[in-house]
Design a protein. Structure first.
Length: 64
């Protein structure tokens, strides 16, 4: 907690690939794993959406 209310609070730094992990606690590592899992899910969903769009476009052009 900040000594004075007007002191800026430290923002959690996002995970960086290749970052030194030795200074992070088990809790911080667990939190980052969760963040990375969420990001993987987001990326996989985007791939699925792009594949669906591509499939729809291919089907449209095959009909013509």
């Amino acid at each position: 907690m900040a000594i004075f209310d007007d002191e800026p609070k430290k923002k959690a730094r996002p995970h960086e690939i290749g970052q030194d992990l030795s200074l992070l606690s088990v809790g911080e590592l667990t939190e980052r794993i969760g963040i990375l899992r969420d990001e993987i899910t987001r990326l996989e969903n985007e791939i699925k959406a792009k594949d669906s769009t591509k499939s729809a476009a291919e089907a449209l052009f095959r009909r013509g």
